[in-house]
Design a protein around this ligand. Structure first.
Ligand SMILES: Nc1ncnc2c1ncn2[C@@H]1O[C@H](COP(=O)(O)OP(=O)(O)OP(=O)(O)O)[C@@H](O)[C@H]1O
Ligand SMILES: [Mg+2]
Length: 245
């Protein structure tokens, strides 16, 4: 298998005749954390959904773990989605279920683990996101930052190889933003989960990323390391970064 765990080539996508992606080219190496930056509405969330097959591109290739998700049927996509977890914009926890039931959900659905093994896995995942012992709580009893971490514990329950983070820090205060940034890195370091991150927070992008990509008018117009991003003189990217400082 190639060392690129994700490889998007010439991806085009329009909605109702309005082009969103006009030839996306982007690769992510195994074990990397890559952040995609860009203005609101530019097509960042759609890009993540193309990776896990929630959105089918009009043309182009989206190779994930060596297979083209753009060509997959629903059954094949279910398999690839187990390998590519998604932390959605907003936590999307089930409010009527406890924290334990929320995290257990993907394991009950997608694994052969016994109830005892699932319980153990829930405990372990809560420890991984630094929230031990809150199994019995309901989402309504948690802060926004805690909800995000429980959603992360659920997203890693099936040990995906890739995790897609859609604005994981939005709405959080600085200490919680730091905490999430640390967790994104620890998911990679402790569980070898490759990360693709979307964020409006340049500080988080610089902190977590091995490489940064900039999406502008339907194309990736910059990719590079954080030092390269800081030095970039591509004017559209420069203006974007300056507007965030
Ligand atoms: N399922 C859909 N049907 C029609 N249009 C869509 C659909 N999904 C996304 N779009 C459109 O595609 C464009 C890009 O949307 P996307 O959600 O990817 O933006 P984004 O970069 O994630 O923005 P934000 O930073 O605000 O989250 C928008 O114009 C949006 O309205
Ligand atoms: Mg979005």
């Amino acid at each position: 298998m190639s060392e690129n765990i994700i490889e998007m080539t010439d991806v085009y996508k329009s909605f109702d005749g309005k082009p969103v992606h006009r030839g996306i080219n982007l690769f992510v190496r195994r074990g990397e954390i890559v952040t995609v930056l860009g203005e609101s509405g530019v097509g960042k969330s759609v890009l993540l959904k193309e990776v896990n097959g929630l959105v089918k591109p009009d043309s182009g290739k989206v190779m994930v773990l060596g297979e083209d998700t753009a060509q997959m049927d629903e059954k094949q996509l279910v398999r690839i989605r187990k390998e590519t977890g998604m932390l959605f914009q907003g936590s999307a926890l089930f409010d009527s279920l406890t924290v334990e039931e929320n995290i257990a959900y993907p394991l009950v659905e997608n694994s052969d683990l016994s109830p005892e093994e699932i319980k153990k896995a829930v405990t372990q995942n809560l420890e991984l996101v630094d929230l031990p012992g809150i199994e019995e709580k309901y989402p309504g009893e948690l802060s926004g930052g805690m909800k995000k971490r429980v959603a992360l514990a659920r997203a890693i329950a099936t040990r995906p190889k890739i995790l897609l983070y859609d604005e994981p820090t939005t709405g959080l205060d600085p200490p919680n933003i730091k905490r999430i940034a640390k967790l994104i890195k620890s998911m990679r370091d402790r569980l070898s989960i490759t990360g693709v991150v979307i964020t409006h927070d340049i500080g988080t992008a610089y902190e977590v990323s091995d490489r940064v990509a900039f999406l502008y008018e339907g194309e990736i117009v910059f990719t590079g390391t954080v030092p390269e991003a800081r030095e970039s003189n591509i004017s559209t990217f420069r203006n974007f970064l300056d507007s965030k400082m």
